[in-house]
Design a protein around this ligand. Sequence first.
Ligand code: SF4
Length: 595
Amino acid sequence: MFLRKRALARIANEKVLYQRHRGGDISVCVAYPNVYRLGMANLGFQAVYHIFESTRRVDADRAFIPDPDERAAIRAGSAQLVSFERGRPLTDFEIIAFSISFETDYLNVLTMLRMAGIPLRRCDRAGRNYPLIIAGGSAVFLNPEPIADFIDLFLIGEGEEMVPEFLAAYERERSRTGFPASVSSVQSRLEALTQVGGAYLPDYFQPEVNESGQIRTVTYSGPGEARVKRRMIHDLDRFTTASLILTEESVFGDMYLVEASRGCQWGCRFCAAGFMYRPIRYRSPQKLISEATRGLSERKVIGLVGAEMASVPGVADIAAAVADGGGRLSPSSLKADCISPQLAAALRRNGNRSVTVAPEAGSERMRKVINKNLSEPQILEATSMLAGEGIENLKLYFMVGLPEEHDEDVLEIARLTGRIIERARAQKNSIGRVTVSLNPFVPKPWTPFQWDPMEAPQSIKRKVAMLRAELGRLGGSMIDLDAESPRDAYFQTLVSRGDRRVGAILERLSAAGYEEAGPIWQELRRIKHDAAGGSTLPDPDFFVTRHYAHDEILPWDFIDHHIHKWFLLSERKKAHYEHQTKPCDVTRCTVCGAC
Ligand code: SF4
């Protein structure tokens, strides 16, 4: 019973900032496939839970993957996975709605279903009285295919309009076919739900592969077009996306979070957020100031969330308003050349001692390859401004293993870091800590680098060691190198670029109880070995370290993100020639198809 005790203690520590509605006849469990402290830090999960909970006929609850000690108890049979608020078995619900922001959490979706006693595969649930399993969130609108065999229906795109439309359609069909539904009415209900824009019924799409393992064709058996249009909201001001339930235990427990924008105007070629959310949309400064001011009555730190925060219109005014209110604005990431003297001063006034800047690549050449539109003089100018305003600690984001990268480009990360430190010292005499945060490049669907492989983990390891040695030569103990494991990146690439066959790999990992990166890697090597010996599971390398052909059908091609594939390919070619593309001008440009 310690699971319930912990959940009840957590509920007692939450502050809900809206009027709750309880007691509808359609029970929905909104599931976040990771632990409570991460789920409650996720604005998308909070927003979708709020939509379900605010719907008159819905009785909503939440579920998270249990903490590691709780999972051990569930496996040992001394506890079971139940919903967070009411402690109900998940099989009691009419609908389980997964909100999935990160593709690495796909494995946890399977683990949660398993712990709930629900058969993983859709075909094993058919005709039996299990909840309808639906899924949405940014991971599934990039590529839902690795979990397509486990989910009844996906909602592809932004949820603010789509989820209420789904619920209205569900209510209509439920009234028409009755509840509980018969086997045939479940199917007709599902088919009716595909009328909702953005709904994706995986049963309608059957991919077939050729002898090389590439997708040869996708047979579509549904009505209308074999494309699923990604939903989006045109005017963000119509909706508030901000903290709705506060808890100290969340990873951002000291912050009130406000979403400032969706998408990004800069078009960095590796970045999924810059393409999947096109076109860039901002909330108005008035709306953001009003949300931030409201947040100040709850928390002293306002977290401004979005892909790039220095370009948000009026960001210096928002920082000033937060400072006037006695708080501190914490922007998620700043593009160096967009940091104005006013913004640097406002951040200083806010009491910020640390700022994150993302050069992403060390050399000018690589920043052109990735279309960063950012020069070294601009990075150093931003350093001067921030150090001059008294910012002490810098976090610098870089990537390693990018397409077209040479060893010399990796060494340039250390040299640029050295020049940043010199510039900061010239301005301020002393500098606090500099953290070099290094992430292996993970190719993402819907980006110009979607066809590129991830560099082999061994090669990434060698580059990281080389960089560590070069940073060591800079001297001083003020530099920390924080490098993400290439093995974790390998798994992330597998679930980012995989097709439905990856579902069987996830199933094997979940059945064996794998959750942590290290053991997963060993099991993936075993799967690779078995694949070479003729096992039915695919070789994970096929999805991770293989160049996808430019004319190949990609697993996610059936989604319509309003972006021309030829545009992504032309961006890939420009990367090869180190040509940059200007940032988006949504007032006149129509080139990629999103505007
Ligand atoms: S059409 Fe032009 S402005 Fe609009 S998202 Fe595409 S590149 Fe950016």
